[in-house]
Design a protein around this ligand. Structure first.
Ligand SMILES: [Zn+2]
Length: 127
């Protein structure tokens, strides 16, 4: 009788191990060929919630419309990995502008900064 109970426990342990292996195999299959998230490289964030891509474990292409020109674009999984893990972009930020508008915006901001710094320098010289 005692022996039978032990075997039931063993059976349950075997079942659990098999189930865990199945889950691991399933997860590995899901990640195969995907651009995986390395959460350790993400910019620290104090939010209580976790972005979907972190929970999922891999990045997915995200379609969006440029907020300046309206062009339909796709923010690729590999671009997201670079943005979040290399450029340390905020974990909740997403692409909003197409490539052309992004360049235009970068140039506009750089020009505004230059004009502002020039103005400040002039002001300083007048005093
Ligand atoms: Zn655009």
């Amino acid at each position: 009788m005692k022996r039978k109970r032990a075997s039931k426990v063993e059976l349950a342990a075997k079942r659990a191990a098999l189930s865990a292996r199945r889950v691991a195999a399933h997860e590995a299959a899901l990640l195969r060929g995907r651009t995986k998230v390395n959460a350790a490289l993400l910019k620290p964030d104090n939010s209580y919630s976790t972005p979907d891509y972190v929970l999922r474990g891999y990045y997915l292409d995200v379609p969006f419309s440029c907020k300046d020109c309206g062009k339909a674009e796709v923010w690729r999984d590999t671009q997201q990995k670079w943005w979040y893990e290399t450029a340390k972009g905020g974990v909740w930020t997403t692409a909003t502008r197409c490539r052309a508008c992004r360049r235009r915006e970068r140039e506009r901001v750089a020009e505004a900064r230059r004009v502002s710094l020039e103005g400040k320098a002039k002001k300083k010289n007048i005093k």
